[in-house]
Ligand binder design. Structure first.
Ligand code: NAI
Length: 400
């Protein structure tokens, strides 16, 4: 079929198999261009492996460190006349490239929050890898059915305590407007957001993997967090999602305790703000990102998900010298260090004040934002002819 983008707000309903494959190839090429990661991981489980930071982590482990990877994700397979989700096609392309390179790669498509998918993953590790030496936890989800209570929790993106008014942008039209977001009314909303995006499920994973004996001596586990600038605090770090990130970060000492007898260690890495399917859903953040991209590109320090993950693995997680981790006062790895540089933040803050619908194209990198948004779904790649027929029924080889 001929597949063109069909956009509804911050979601694109279609994805292009060749374009997503191009996206994966570009990321692989980048990792290869940076050379081998000394002492990198060899057997890796990535939970949330199909898009964004999780996909980039999987690519970095495989093509930077020749790691065998198992990826867990929740994606819609392709069917005749109905393209699959981008994460489905990404995973198909990844497995194909990994196999070509002689690397083991298998995937599990299902709800990572469930006990069943955890069991399935453990069985696959036992069968094929024996143990894993790195577990990446990179889920971003709007809901979670709790495996023990059966309660369905839905997360919300809201301020806490008082309403928040600031600028936002419709990144398709480029219209800048004010948006007021009402604060959460019920404590329940906070608890639900923590239940979905906090650390409990990460802990469940590590507990179950450990109990099954599939974590190697010296295992590492890492999950991803975000802080960002003060201007987004009310909606991000001091809002409901921030509470969930506090909870995720608070899980690190618990996991360190759990992993002590394996000489294992857990980390949270605070990553840079980037265009992903999840971040484009947060009000105010897309305008911030489009200004941030402008400033960071001008300074020659812009990174995408793959550059971030390659730097995380090669310069933080797997450096010979533990001091290179450069943990902050709360024990977090900071690969948002360039985003948070004072000179970057000062310039973004200045541009933020000035940004209007009329000057947005000059002031910001809104075009770069749009491009990256379409890239997520396999569109806007010069190598691909979007008017040509393409085979939409692509399978992930290990799933079928
Ligand atoms: P994403 O939306 O690109 O990826 C989410 C992944 O989770 C996908 O692989 C998806 O299939 C999987 N997933 C979602 N629900 C699932 C379920 N029930 N079962 C199995 N898999 C499921 O998200 P992104 O942006 O890469 O986020 C990953 C982590 O990075 C999140 O913790 C996020 O908060 C964090 N982060 C994101 C930043 C950004 O700017 N995008 C910045 C810093 C941190």
């Amino acid at each position: 079929m001929i597949i063109q983008p069909r956009v509804r707000g911050f979601i694109c309903l279609t994805s292009h198999p060749e374009g997503t494959a191009q996206n994966v190839k570009n990321q692989i090429d980048y990792v290869k261009s940076k050379g081998a990661i000394a002492n990198g991981p060899k057997k890796v489980l990535v939970i949330g492996a199909s898009t964004g930071f999780g996909l980039a982590s999987r690519i970095t482990a495989a093509f930077g460190s020749e790691a065998a990877t198992i990826g867990v994700f929740f994606e819609k397979p392709a069917a005749e006349g109905k393209p699959g989700t981008a994460g489905w096609y990404n995973s198909a392309a990844f497995e194909e490239e990994a196999t070509k390179a002689g690397l083991y790669a298998k995937s599990i498509n299902g709800d990572a929050f469930s006990d069943e998918v955890k069991k399935q993953t453990i069985a696959l590790i036992k069968q094929d890898l024996g143990q894993v030496d790195l577990v990446v936890y990179s889920l971003a989800s709007p809901r979670r059915t709790h495996p023990k209570t059966g309660v369905a929790h839905a997360s919300v993106l809201k301020p806490i305590g008082q309403s928040f008014t600031n600028k936002t942008v419709d990144f398709h039209s480029g219209v800048v407007s004010d948006i007021s977001i009402q604060p959460v009314e019920a404590e329940d909303d906070i608890a639900n957001t923590v239940a979905v995006m906090g650390g409990e499920d990460w802990k469940f994973w590590i507990e179950e993997l450990k109990a099954a004996g599939v974590l190697a001596e010296g295992v590492k586990t890492v999950a991803y967090s975000y802080i960002g600038p003060e201007l987004t605090y009310p909606i991000y770090r001091n809002g409901t999602i921030g509470r969930a990130k506090d909870d995720l970060e608070g899980t690190v000492p618990v996991l360190n305790d759990l992993l002590k007898d394996l000489n294992g260690v857990s980390y949270v890495s605070v990553n840079k703000a980037l265009v992903t399917q999840s971040s484009s859903a947060i009000p105010v953040v897309p305008l911030y990102i489009s200004l941030l991209y402008k400033v960071m590109k001008e300074k020659g320090i812009h990174e995408g998900t793959i550059e971030q993950m390659q730097r995380l693995f090669s310069e933080r997680l797997y450096t010979a010298n533990a001091n290179d981790l450069q943990l902050d006062e709360k024990g977090r790895i900071r690969v948002d260090d360039w985003e948070m540089r004072a000179d970057v933040q000062e310039e973004v803050a200045k541009l933020w004040e000035q940004a209007t619908t009329e000057n947005l194209e000059q002031l910001s990198d809104i075009q770069g934002y749009r491009d990256e948004f379409f890239n997520l779904f396999g569109f806007n790649f010069p190598e691909v002819d979007y008017n040509a027929e393409t085979n939409e029924v692509v399978t992930v080889p290990s799933i079928g």
